[in-house]
Unconditional design. Structure first.
Length: 760
C-alpha cells in the first residue's frame, strides 16, 4: 500500500472514530474529547500540509484522498463545538426530569439555566452566575437533586465556601430545604479536619494578632541604626512610590502628584521633593536640629537672583545642605523647563554655581547632595559623611520617640507600614515560597533594589513570627491550608467525596486551589464551581481572578454553564452595569437579563460641596417609605463622616464592620458598610458615597507599593479590581442606586454610567 492509500485509510479511520466520540445517550466528557483530538493532532497537521499543496488544490490528487482529507478536517475541527452542543441539548432535555425531581427550591421554581446547570453532570463544571441570579439557590437545588435522584449519598458531597458567615447561611438554608445536615465548611475548617485526621490531633491555631506583632517587632528593631535608616527610606519612598522625579512626563503631572500626595516629614514639615524628605527624616532620626528653607543670613538679592533660601540649615552652625536635582552629567529631569526659554539644565547648573559661590564668598559651609545619589542609594551615606567632616554631632533619637512620631498621623504614618508588612507576611505564606524567593522579582533595577531593602526590613520580623509559632507549637491559617495540602499529597489523608461544590469560586487563592487540587488528585471527584469573575474583589488578600478567567488551564477540559437572569434588579441599573463590565478588558462577556416588569433607577447626586451632597442625600432618604431598606456604601470606612452635615448620626455594630446610621430626630435605621464588606448583601435603595476623582475618591487610584505589587504578581490588576468593586456596589440595589459626587470632580466611573444611560 502506497503513502497515498495509507493516508486515505488513516483519514477515514480517524473520521469514523471522531464521529463516534460523542455518545448519543449520555453527556460527552470534555476531557475525553480533548484526548481524542490530541490523539489525532499529528494527522490534522498532515491534512493541513497536503491541503496547501498545489496538486491538491488543482485537483491532481485523487478525489478519494481529497474527500477523506476534507471529511477528516471537518470532523476534527468541529468536534469540540459539536460536543458542547450535544451537552447543551442533553441538559435541556433533562430539565423537565430535574424540575420534577426537585420541585420548588426555597419556594420558587428554578429557571431553565439553573436547572440545566444542575442537569449537566460532567466531570468538571464552571457555573458563571451573575449578581442576583440565585447561585446559592442553584447550589441547594443541586444538592437536592443529587440526593433525591440517588446519584449520591449525603456523605458523598462536600460544599466549600469562604467565610463562616456564608457557610452558616448555606448550612441553614440547606437544612431547611433538604431536611438534613450536609457537609458544608470553609477551606480552613476542611484543612483543620485533614490535619486532625492525618496527625491524630487537632492542631493549635495561633491567636496572634499579626499587626500587633509587627508593630512590636518594629519598635524593637528600630534601636538598630541601619534598620532605622532602611525603615525611614521605606516609609518615605519605597512603600509609596516606584519612581523618581525624572519619571514624570511633564512638570504639571509632577506638581499635581506632589499636591495630591504631600511629602510630610517625620517632624511634620512639608517638603518639595522625595530627596528632601529622605534628608529631613534622617536629620530628625539622628537628633540634628535643622531649619527648612529659611532665608540665608546675607542679603543675596541681585537683578538676576532673589533672596537665597537654602534647603536645610543645621541650627547653631554655619553648615547648609542643598539637594540638587541633577544626574551625574548635571542634567535635570526631562520635564523641567527654563524660566527664560533657555536650556533648563544649563540654567539649573548656573543656579548651582551661584549657590556654591554664595557660600564660599560668605564663609558658610555647603554640603551638596544630588538626586543621582538617591538613585544609586548613596544619598544618606554622603549626607552623614558630609556632616561628620564639618564637625556636626550625629546623634540618635530615642526609638520610642521616633515610633511616636511615626504613629502620630502624618502621611508617613507607621500604621500603613504595619498593615503592609502584615499583609505581606500573609501573602508570602499564601504563595508557599520562602520570603527571599517570594521577593526576588522586580521588573527593573529600581524595583529589585527596593525589594532587596524590603527583605532586610521584613525578614527579621517574618523569621521572628515563624519562630514564635514554632515555640508555641502553633500554626496560623495559611499554615493550615499549606500543611493540609502536604498531608493529602503524602497520602496521610484520602478523601472519599464523589462531588465537591465550591461557592464564590472567583475568590479562590493559590493555597485554596492547591488544597482542592491535591484532594482531586488523591481521589477523583466531580467538581462543580460557581462564581462570577465580575465580582472578584479580594485580590489584596491573595484571591486570584485568573483561576476563574483561565478555568481550564487549572482544571482541564470542562463545561461552562451560565446563569444570567437576575432577580434583584432590572431596567436602568441592568443596562448600566452590563455595559460597564462588558467594557472592562479581561472580563468574560455576559448579558444579564432582568424582569421587564420593574425598573431599578440610577440616580446621580452632584452638588458643589460635601455638605450640600449630604443634605441632598438626607432629603432623598426622607422621601423613601419606611418599610424599604437603605444601604450606604463607600470605598473607605472614613467616608461615613461625610454624612454628618446631612443630619445623620451613627454607631459601630458588633465587630465594627458595619455601622447603624440614624437620622436626627428620627428612629429610622440605615446600614453603612464598605463595599468590600457588602458582598452577598442587598437593599431596596443603595447610596454609593464619594464617587469623585483624586485622593480618597473612588476608584482608589493610588499605586500599589512595590512590596505588595511583587507578591501579587499574576493576581490581575488593581484598577481592574476597582472596576469590579464598583460593579459589586452598583448591584446591591433592588429599586434604586444613588451615585454621590461633587460637581466638576466626578469620577470616571460615574461619567461612564451617565454615558451608558444616554445610549439606548
Amino acid at each position: 500500500m502506497n503513502r497515498k492509500e495509507n493516508l486515505n485509510t488513516d483519514f477515514n479511520d480517524a473520521s469514523r472514530i471522531l464521529s463516534e466520540s460523542i455518545p448519543e445517550d449520555r453527556f460527552s466528557e470534555p476531557e475525553g474529547i480533548v484526548a481524542v483530538l490530541n490523539r489525532y493532532s499529528y494527522l490534522r497537521s498532515q491534512a493541513e500540509s497536503i491541503s496547501k499543496g498545489i496538486l491538491f488544490r488543482i485537483g491532481v490528487r485523487s478525489r478519494q484522498l481529497r474527500d477523506s482529507c476534507k471529511s477528516f478536517r471537518t470532523n476534527y475541527d468541529s468536534l469540540a463545538e459539536r460536543s458542547h452542543e450535544h451537552n447543551e441539548k442533553m441538559a435541556l432535555s433533562l430539565v423537565p426530569e430535574v424540575s420534577e425531581t426537585i420541585g420548588d427550591v426555597e419556594g420558587f421554581p428554578l429557571d431553565s439555566q439553573q436547572t440545566s446547570a444542575i442537569a449537566k453532570d460532567v466531570h468538571t463544571r464552571l457555573v458563571l452566575a451573575g449578581a442576583g441570579t440565585g447561585k446559592t439557590t442553584t447550589i441547594i437545588g443541586l444538592a437536592k437533586y443529587l440526593i433525591l435522584s440517588k446519584k449520591a449519598e449525603p456523605e458523598d458531597i462536600l460544599f466549600l465556601s469562604f467565610t463562616n458567615a456564608t457557610v452558616s447561611d448555606l448550612s441553614r438554608r440547606m437544612l431547611k430545604e433538604v431536611g438534613m445536615r450536609l457537609d458544608v465548611c470553609t477551606f480552613h475548617r476542611l484543612g483543620m479536619r485533614i490535619l486532625a485526621e492525618s496527625d491524630g490531633k487537632v492542631p493549635r491555631v495561633s491567636s496572634i494578632d499579626t499587626e500587633s506583632f509587627v508593630r512590636n517587632e518594629l519598635l524593637g528593631l528600630m534601636s538598630d541604626d541601619r534598620y532605622l535608616r532602611d525603615l525611614d527610606r521605606y516609609m518615605a519612598f519605597d512603600s509609596r512610590y516606584a519612581f523618581d522625579e525624572d519619571d514624570f512626563d511633564n512638570e504639571t503631572d509632577y506638581q499635581k502628584f506632589i499636591k495630591e500626595n504631600p511629602l510630610v516629614t517625620l517632624d511634620g514639615k512639608t517638603v518639595k521633593s522625595l530627596g528632601e524628605a529622605d534628608i529631613a527624616n534622617w536629620l530628625y532620626m539622628h537628633d540634628i536640629p535643622y531649619a527648612y528653607e529659611e532665608p540665608y543670613p546675607v542679603d543675596t538679592r541681585t537683578s538676576e537672583y532673589g533672596q537665597y533660601h537654602p534647603d536645610f540649615h543645621i541650627r547653631d552652625t554655619n553648615v547648609y545642605i542643598e539637594y540638587f536635582g541633577v544626574d551625574r552629567r548635571g542634567n535635570v529631569a526631562p520635564f523641567m523647563k527654563s524660566n527664560h526659554g533657555n536650556d533648563a539644565s544649563a540654567e539649573y547648573r548656573a543656579g548651582m554655581e551661584w549657590k556654591t559661590r554664595t557660600h564660599s564668598e560668605n564663609g558658610t559651609t555647603l554640603i551638596p547632595l544630588y538626586s543621582y545619589q538617591r538613585s544609586d542609594d548613596s544619598l544618606l551615606d554622603e549626607l552623614e559623611k558630609g556632616l561628620r567632616n564639618t564637625g556636626v554631632k550625629v546623634g540618635s533619637r530615642n526609638p520610642s520617640e521616633i515610633f511616636s512620631s511615626l504613629s502620630n498621623g502624618n502621611s508617613f504614618a507607621l500604621d500603613k507600614v504595619v498593615r503592609e508588612f502584615s499583609t505581606a507576611m500573609i501573602l508570602v505564606k499564601e504563595n508557599g515560597q520562602p520570603l527571599q524567593e517570594s521577593l526576588s522579582g522586580g521588573s527593573g533595577i529600581r524595583e529589585r533594589r527596593v525589594l532587596k531593602r524590603v527583605v532586610r526590613l521584613l525578614e527579621p520580623i517574618y523569621n521572628s513570627y515563624q519562630r514564635t509559632l514554632r515555640d508555641r507549637d502553633e500554626i496560623d491559617f495559611e499554615d493550615v491550608l499549606n500543611l493540609a495540602s502536604d498531608r493529602v499529597n503524602s497520602g496521610g489523608y484520602v478523601p472519599a467525596y464523589r462531588y465537591v461544590i465550591v461557592d464564590e469560586y472567583q475568590d479562590i487563592s493559590r493555597s485554596r486551589y492547591n488544597l482542592l487540587r491535591s484532594l482531586r488528585e488523591s481521589h477523583d471527584f466531580k467538581l462543580f464551581c460557581v462564581g462570577d469573575d465580575w465580582q472578584s474583589i479580594y485580590r489584596f488578600n491573595g484571591s486570584d481572578v485568573n483561576y476563574i478567567l483561565d478555568f481550564e488551564k487549572y482544571w482541564g477540559p470542562s463545561e461552562t454553564c451560565r446563569i444570567e437572569r437576575t432577580y434583584r434588579f432590572s431596567g436602568e441599573l441592568l443596562r448600566v452595569s452590563n455595559a460597564f463590565m462588558n467594557s472592562t478588558s479581561g472580563q468574560i462577556h455576559k448579558n444579564l437579563r432582568g424582569d421587564p416588569s420593574f425598573d431599578t433607577n440610577v440616580v446621580f447626586i452632584r452638588e458643589n460641596s460635601p455638605a450640600s451632597c449630604a443634605r441632598s442625600v438626607a432629603r432623598l432618604v426622607d422621601s423613601i417609605p419606611v418599610n424599604e431598606s437603605i444601604l450606604f456604601l463607600s470605598r473607605f470606612r472614613h467616608d461615613i463622616v461625610s454624612l454628618e452635615n446631612g443630619g445623620f448620626r451613627w454607631k459601630p455594630d458588633v465587630g465594627g464592620r458595619t455601622f447603624t446610621v440614624t437620622r436626627t430626630n428620627s428612629d429610622r435605621k440605615i446600614t453603612f458598610m464598605t463595599i468590600h464588606g457588602s458582598k452577598g448583601i442587598q437593599a431596596d435603595h443603595v447610596f454609593i458615597l464619594n464617587n469623585k476623582r483624586g485622593p480618597g475618591g473612588f476608584p482608589d487610584m493610588r499605586g500599589e507599593s512595590i512590596l505588595i505589587k511583587s507578591l501579587l504578581n499574576g493576581h490581575g490588576d488593581k484598577l481592574a479590581d476597582e472596576r469590579r468593586l464598583f460593579y459589586v456596589a452598583l448591584t446591591r440595589a433592588r429599586k434604586s442606586v444613588h451615585l454621590v459626587s461633587l460637581n466638576g470632580s466626578e469620577s470616571e466611573y460615574l461619567k461612564e454610567c451617565v454615558y451608558y444611560l444616554k445610549v439606548k
